[in-house]
Write a protein that binds this ligand. Sequence first.
Ligand SMILES: [Fe+2]
Length: 435
Amino acid sequence: MSRPLAHATVEAEFAAPAFQQELPLLQRYLTVRDTSMQICAPLAVEDHSLQPMPDASPAKWHLAHTTWFFETFLLSEYMQEFRPFHPAFRNLFNSYYNAVGDRPLRALRHVLSRPSLEEVHAYRIYVDEAMVHLLSLELPSAARDLLALGMNHEQQHQELIVTDVKNGLWANPLRPAYRIKPQHATPTHTNAAASLEWHSFADGVYSVGFEGAGFGFDNEGPRHKVYLEAFRLASRLVTNGEYLDFMRDGGYSNARLWLSDGWDCIRNNQWMAPLYWEQRDGQWWNYTLEGMQPLQLSEPVCHVSFYEADAFARWAGARLASEFEWEVAARSCPVAGNFLESGALHPQAAGHTESPAQMFGDAWEWTASPYVAYPGFKPAAGAVGEYNGKFMCNQMVLRGGSCATPQSHIRASYRNFFPPHARWQFMGVRLANGD
Ligand SMILES: [Fe+2]
């Protein structure tokens, strides 16, 4: 009889504390920092160094880089007596900020066996103690803005830890689980998803983009007007069952359904199904953070590229929504759903709702919109101006967040972006159409 792998024998509970905007600043900071550690808690030390592909970074790197952000942009700038934990870390854990200096190649983050995980944990504690002191001081508004950016930055990396760890563990032929499902967890599937219906939206001039109190990334603004033709949006995400129909209808071998780049991509990579799907003895299985599971037809399909989302929509006689159609529809929906805090770490089947279901959480929704600047966009001054603006080329916008997104991190104007071939994030499909 085979024995379960050591790190999966202990039932791992994952329950990120709710992050509420109304909490005092210090408590919000500490909650964000603690959530990153909780996400890594089920990992073996060796798991922290996995980098199965250049796009995915090791968990240890994420833990260090998010700490580096506070050290570099806040403590070094706003706390006179602060001394860096280690002078080499300024370059070592820089991701892409040319204004800060050099950094190791992204694809080689896995070679950083030193500093050890223990040292990275000590780095986090050192910076957190300094941050507690900094937050006891009267801070200028620029520093408070950087603090908000730093916390949102760490929340982005929390999602990346989940998706990068998933990819890293899946790359192991043993397909080890990240955790064993907590016994009290809600079921990860229901027998059927709600039937697909269409919600209609009138043509007209709409204002889109971030405005108001609270945090928004620079790429969400300026708020501006767009004209939309009348359109319809599907009431829920496309399911695994519907995607399987597309596959069984020869979707992956019918060139007419695909954009030219997409056709090249699936042929070059020999893609015949979403990432993490595997056929065993005629049955489809799906790699999840709880290991290989039988494919649940009612759950939203995810881990598909923009190309696959686009081809599926064409096969279904529909299209993907533009990011502005999505945003207009999302405004009437509560920011509620299956987020990181639910602990499911997997998309769930849609229930029946009055407004479009699953607009927030479950899976990011590919849109038909290229990631470009809004009219009047200006990157922030200084190094953090490199955060979003310089990536506005060759990427598509995704909206709505996923089961790995912290709830307080997402809003209707939020713009995520990835290249059209990317699949390792929780990326799904919602259909749209003309009226
Ligand atoms: Fe980062």
